[in-house]
Every structure is written in structure tokens, then in C-alpha cells.
Design a protein around this ligand. Structure first.
Ligand code: SF4
Length: 424
């Protein structure tokens, strides 16, 4: 961390005393983005870069992240908060950034869950480390915090949606092809190649050019279908749970690598379903608690539009011999009689629905990854296991808690036990 002199006169604050990210900062500052979903965030960061931000995706990993996080975040706090804040502080302190020329961006869900408050924990951690001059930008769709230097155009939001669509496709195809590829590393190479192609298309074709998007999706699926694969079938193991520990190898102690070493095919539900789940509740709120009809109408329209686009890739995936992901509306129906659609804290009803969908689609072996003490996901994850077992006797689910003190050996032993049930 270089120590330049802070020109306090340059710093501007909101009425409530929050340090603002200004238009001048946009020109000069690097915007650091903590990693969560490796198939998606590369593309999302590219969308930020194309908006004129000097955005950088953090790739620092290792035990230092937890140690750094625990210095500033109480160990009772959510494990993802400890890791995200640990990754940011570790990068700022040890990667040679000029702390007076960096900003940080993190997502803020805006719901009732503690994820809405990670941003405040991060600001407190920066203050404790003497870095309160670093502005923190909230990426949200709830108009929670505004910054004069962060006003992404409509193009950014489209690219953000496309990042999730492409990221989900890459993740699914990689997971379905990788365990069977004859020539080692072909799927990895294709993922990297397609990430570059998507970035190029963000730059060179209109975000509203749906025809080009569909053509890209078709070529992407065809490319993966052409990879020569072995004629075998491995047991399928699903990974569900809290969003950070589900997608981030930092959060789940490299769960995906571990499962692949155990010779199984991994199935990870799409990130887009999580975003639609968050949107869907806002429409439901209008029915339950009142609100403007136009809000509900608009949200349902967006969900339908995204789903229509996904239908295109669903059909192509099926045609090419891959799994056809379930439609969001059907996913929502799966939990009827088990958890309410109003259960929206954390992963809410979506977590239960994803487990049911995995069981029904031939992946009854499931690792439910949850931060220790994550109450909402213990309710819709661990809390529904008995009901799922009664309804679907083939369900073979293990709930694994992740926290700073959890033993990796213990986690692996419990997963091994679940895997041994497959063989039986
Ligand atoms: S879902 Fe769990 S881990 Fe995530 S913010 Fe909520 S309580 Fe914390």
C-alpha cells in the first residue's frame, strides 16, 4: 500500500456523511471488484470497463483472506462478509495499490438479509484500518445509495444481464463436459476463448442486438458439443446453498475441485434464477402488501423477457444433448406445500426449489453449502431435509457449514460419506 498525501478537500460526502465516489474519481481511481462467481464476474467487470471505469477483478486467495477479514469483522458475522472484506483489505494492503487512487464496489441486495449490510461492515473495516478515504460503491437495483461518479448507462445493465446469461451457460457446459473430455484442458480453453469472444461482442455489437446474442449462444453451445468426450456416465452431484459459498471456491474450500477429484459430474444451478427470485418477490409484494400495479407489471415483464431469451438457449442445449434447465415459473411451483413463496431471506424458497429440481433431474446427491449461522438458509436448506427425504427417498443430501473455524478435513469426510451412499 503506497502512502500518498490525502487531499481532504477533494473528498466529498453525502448529507448523511458517506464518502462519495465522484466523477473525477471515475477518471483516476481503480475500482476493485471482489470475486464471487468466476464464470460470470470476468464478464461483469468487462461491462464496467466499457463504461469507462478502471475496474479490476480481485484474484487474491489463500488463508490470509480469512485472517485479514477477522481482524475487522466479528466472527459472529456472516462468513461471506468476512471473506469479501478480507479479500478487499488483503488486496489493498499487499498488492501495491495506491490507496488514494482506489475505490471498491460491492453488491447490496436491499432485502432484509444481512447481505444488505456488508457495505457498512466494509466501511467500518476500512475506517479501522486507516483507509476511510477509500470510497465504496454500492451496486444495486434498489436505488439504495447514489454516487455522482457512478451512473451506469442502460448499456451496462444489459451487459450485466448478458454476463449472467453467458456465465450460466459457460458454467453448465463446462461442468457437463469437463469430467468426460478426452483431451485434458479442452473445456478450460474453450471457456477462456468464449469469455474473450463475449467481451469482444460487448464492445462491438449493440446490446440490443438480440439476433447476434442468439447466434453467439448457438455457436458457444455447438463448440462445447464438438469436444470429444468419453462414453461413460458419472454420478451427478449438485451444489446448492448460500450464493457466495455456492459459487466461490474461496467460500467453499475448493468444493468443485474436490468433487471432480472424486470422479463425479457437478451440477450448479444458474445464477440467473437467484436474480429472478429477488425480482419475483418485488412483484409478489404488490399483491401481499399493496403497491403500484405498474411495478408488478414491469417486473413480470422483465422476468418474462429474460425467460424468453433463456428459452432459446434451453432448446439449443437440449438439441445438443445437454441438460435443459428448468423454467423459472416451474421452479417456483416445485416448493408448493413445502415453503412459502414469501420466504425470501437469503436464498429463501429458491434453495428448496433447487434441491427438488436436482433430485428430479437425476442429481439426487447434493451438497448444501451454508455459512455457519446463516439462519435463512438453515431454514430453507437444512430445515426442509426431512420433508424432501419423505417425498423423494432417493435424496442423498449433506449440509456442510462453512466458517472461519470449520475443519476442511471434517467437511471432506462428511462429503465423502454422502458420496459413499451413491455407490451403495
Ligand atoms: S444469506 Fe446467510 S450468509 Fe448471506 S447475508 Fe444472509 S444470513 Fe448472511
Amino acid at each position: 500500500m503506497k502512502g500518498a498525501v490525502i487531499n481532504l478537500a477533494e473528498l466529498r460526502y453525502s448529507e448523511e456523511g458517506r464518502l462519495l465516489f465522484t466523477a473525477e474519481m471515475k477518471e483516476e481511481y481503480k475500482v476493485l471488484v471482489p470475486q464471487m462467481a468466476p464464470f460470470h464476474f470476468d464478464l461483469l467487470v468487462e461491462a464496467l470497463i466499457q463504461e469507462g471505469f478502471k475496474a479490476e477483478l480481485l484474484d487474491n486467495i489463500g488463508p490470509n483472506l480469512v485472517n485479514e477479514g477477522l481482524k475487522y469483522v466479528h466472527n459472529d458475522s456472516c462468513y461471506p462478509a468476512i471473506l469479501v472484506i478480507g479479500q478487499i483489505l488483503d488486496a489493498i494492503k499487499n498488492r501495491g495499490y495506491d490507496s488514494h487512487k482506489v475505490a471498491v464496489i460491492i453488491t447490496q441486495t436491499g432485502g432484509g438479509c444481512r447481505a444488505s449490510n456488508y457495505i457498512h461492515l466494509l466501511r467500518a473495516a476500512l475506517k479501522k484500518s486507516g483507509l476511510s478515504h477509500i470510497p465504496v460503491i454500492s451496486l444495486n437495483i434498489s436505488k439504495l445509495e447514489k454516487n455522482p461518479g457512478f451512473n451506469p448507462s442502460y448499456k451496462f445493465w444489459f451487459k450485466a444481464i448478458w454476463s449472467v446469461v453467458y456465465g450460466d451457460l459457460l458454467m453448465q457446459l463446462y461442468n457437463e463436459v469437463k469430467p468426460y473430455e478426452i483431451s485434458d484442458g479442452e473445456s478450460d480453453r474453450l471457456v477462456e476463448q468464449w469469455k474473450e469472444q463475449v467481451k469482444y461482442s460487448f464492445q462491438n455489437s449493440s446490446v440490443l442486438n438480440i439476433k447476434a446474442l442468439k447466434q453467439n449462444i448457438e455457436s458457444l453451445i455447438k463448440d462445447f458439443a464438438r469436444i470429444p468426450v468419453a462414453d461413460t456416465k458419472l454420478p451427478r452431484v449438485g451444489i446448492v446453498g448460500e450464493i457466495y459459498v455456492k459459487y466461490s471456491s474461496v467460500g467453499n474450500n475448493n468444493l468443485e475441485d474436490y468433487l471432480r477429484e472424486e470422479n463425479v459430474e457437478i451440477v450448479i444451478p444458474p445464477l440467473m434464477d437467484f436474480l429472478l427470485f429477488k425480482l419475483d418477490y418485488r412483484a409478489l409484494e404488490v399483491d401481499w402488501y399493496g403497491g403500484k400495479f405498474i411495478k408488478k407489471f414491469g417486473i413480470n415483464l422483465i422476468i418474462r423477457w429474460i425467460e424468453k431469451l433463456r428459452d432459446h438457449s434451453r432448446d439449443l442445449l437440449k438439441k445438443a444433448g445437454f441438460t435443459r434447465p428448468i423454467e423459472f415459473v416451474k421452479l417456483r411451483q416445485l416448493v408448493k406445500g413445502i415453503v412459502s413463496r414469501g420466504n425470501r431471506m437469503g436464498e429463501g424458497w429458491l434453495l428448496t426449489a433447487e434441491m427438488i429440481e436436482l433430485i428430479k433431474s437425476g442429481a439426487p446427491n447434493i451438497v448444501c453449502a451454508q455459512p455457519f449461522g446463516c439462519l435463512p438458509n438453515h431454514i430453507s436448506g437444512k430445515g426442509v431435509l426431512k420433508t424432501l427425504k419423505d417425498r423423494y427417498p432417493e435424496a442423498n443430501i449433506v449440509v456442510i457449514d462453512y466458517d472461519p473455524g470449520a475443519s476442511a478435513v471434517n467437511q471432506k469426510n462428511r462429503i465423502k460419506l454422502m458420496l459413499s451412499n451413491i455407490n451403495r
